[in-house]
Write a protein that binds this ligand. Structure first.
Ligand SMILES: Cc1cc2nc3c(=O)[nH]c(=O)nc-3n(C[C@H](O)[C@H](O)[C@H](O)COP(=O)(O)OP(=O)(O)OC[C@H]3O[C@@H](n4cnc5c(N)ncnc54)[C@H](O)[C@@H]3O)c2cc1C
Length: 326
C-alpha cells in the first residue's frame, strides 16, 4: 500500500531519532524506518563501552540525559534514546530495512522489505557501522575472525590478536587482557593512534612497554590460518600462534546506497557526499543527509556531539520550503 508522507527518515540511530522528534514538534507527517532495534549501532557496541562525550553532549533537543558518571555507558545511552522514542511516541517502524529509494518527479518512492511508501522529502541517517573496512586477506572469513568486539569474557585464556591501533582496538586489547586473554596488537603504522582517548593512551603504552600486551608495529597480517597468523614485519615474515582475531580497522558508509540514490561523491579517497552545509540537502532536491553518514571515509569527523544539530537544520528548511508557495 502506498502512503504519502511529508518525510521519511532512513535509520533510527541517535540522529535519525533527533530528526523524527523535530519533525513531530513541527507537525510534519513523518516516519522513521530502522532495519534493527532502536539505535541499532549503539546496541551492537561493546557491552562495557563508555562514551568519550559527557552525557549532556549526547542529548537530543535538550532533553536531560542523566548518567551515573560524567561519561555515560552504552546501557545508559540505550535507555536514554529508547525513552525518547517511547515517551514521545515517535512514529518508527523497527526491523524494517529500506531496500531502495527512487524519485519520480517531485515524490520519493521508498521500498522496504515489507511495503512501499511515498514522501516529499527523505533524510538518510544510516551511519557507517554496518560495513567494516575489510583486510582482504586469505582466512578473513574464518569463524575465529570478527570485525566487531562485544564482550571480553569470550577471549579469556585465549591467544587473541587485535588488528588496529585506534580507540576501538585499544579498548578491546586492554579489556581482554584484563580478563585473562593473551593479547597481541598488530599495528600497520609506527605507533598507537594519536586520536586514542587521552586518558586511555598512557594505559596501553604502559601495558605494551612492560610486556603485558605484545605489539608489532609497522606490521600487517598477510594470512589468517586456523591456529596461526602470518605477519609481514619489518624483520620479515613471522608466524604467530593464534586462537581469535579482532580486526578493528574501522567502518565505512554504504556508498553504493548513496550512489544508487544519485548523490554525488568526491572522486578522491575521501568519497565525500555533496550537500549544502546550511540545509544538509544533497544535490537531489528534497533528499538530505544527517549524522555520521556525511563524513564519507572521514568517519572520525562526525559523531553524535557535533551532528545532532543536523535535525533542526533540516526540519527548519523543510518547514520553510513548505510555507513558500511553489
Ligand atoms: C565505540 C564507539 C564509541 C563512540 N563514542 C562516541 C562518543 O563518546 N560521543 C559521540 O558523540 N559519538 C560517539 N561515537 C560515534 C556515535 O556512536 C555515532 O556518531 C552515532 O551512532 C551516529 O549516529 P547516526 O544516527 O548518524 O548513525 P547510527 O547510530 O549508526 O545509526 C544509523 C542507523 O541506520 C540504520 N540503517 C542502516 N541502513 C539502513 C537501511 N537500509 N534501512 C533502515 N535502517 C538502516 C542502522 O541500523 C542504524 O540504527 C562512538 C562510536 C563508536 C563505534
Amino acid at each position: 500500500m502506498i502512503k504519502e508522507l511529508d518525510l521519511i527518515i532512513v535509520g533510527g540511530g541517535p540522529i535519525g531519532i533527533a530528526c523524527g522528534l523535530e519533525a513531530q514538534k513541527k507537525g510534519l507527517h513523518y516516519l522513521i524506518l530502522e532495519k534493527g532495534p532502536i539505535v541499532n549501532s549503539l546496541f551492537n557496541y561493546p557491552v562495557n563501552m563508555q562514551f568519550f562525550s559527557s552525557s549532556e553532549k549526547l542529548e537530543i533537543d535538550e532533553i536531560p540525559f542523566i548518567s551515573k558518571e560524567a561519561k555515560p555507558k552504552r546501557n545508559e545511552a540505550l535507555e536514554y534514546y529508547r525513552r525518547i522514542v517511547t515517551s514521545n511516541k515517535l512514529n518508527i517502524h523497527l526491523f524494517e530495512k529500506v531496500s531502495s529509494i527512487q524519485k519520480e518527479q517531485a515524490i520519493f518512492e521508498v521500498k522496504t522489505e515489507r511495503q512501499e511508501f511515498t514522501a516529499k522529502n527523505v533524510i538518510i541517517a544510516t551511519g557507517f557501522y554496518d560495513l567494516p573496512n575489510k583486510l582482504n586477506i586469505p582466512g578473513e572469513d574464518l569463524a575465529k575472525v570478527s570485525h566487531y568486539y562485544k564482550d571480553p569474557h569470550f577471549y579469556a585464556s585465549q591467544k587473541l590478536a587485535v588488528i588496529g591501533a585506534s580507540n576501538s582496538a585499544v579498548d578491546a586489547a586492554l579489556e581482554c587482557w584484563r580478563k585473562g586473554a593473551e593479547v597481541t596488537m598488530i599495528i600497520r603504522g609506527p605507533e598507537i593512534g594519536q586520536r586514542v582517548k587521552y586518558w586511555v593512551r598512557p594505559d596501553i603504552l604502559n601495558r605494551i612497554s612492560e610486556g603485558s600486551i605484545k605489539a608489532y608495529y609497522n606490521t600487517t597480517v598477510s594470512e589468517i590460518k586456523h591456529k596461526e597468523l602470518i605477519l609481514s614485519t619489518p624483520d620479515g615474515t613471522q608466524k604467530l600462534e593464534n586462537d581469535f582475531v579482532l580486526a578493528l580497522t574501522g567502518y565505512k558508509p554504504n556508498f553504493h546506497f548513496l550512489e544508487a540514490l544519485g548523490i554525488h561523491l568526491s572522486d578522491d579517497s575521501k568519497r565525500l557526499p555533496t550537500y549544502d552545509e546550511d540545509t544538509m540537502e544533497t544535490n537531489i532536491e528534497g533528499l538530505f543527509l544527517a549524522g555520521v553518514i556525511c563524513g564519507g571515509m572521514e568517519t572520525h569527523k562526525w559523531f553524535i556531539e557535533n551532528s545532532r544539530v543536523h535535525a533542526k537544520m533540516i526540519i527548519n528548511h523543510i518547514v520553510k520550503k513548505r510555507s513558500v508557495p511553489a
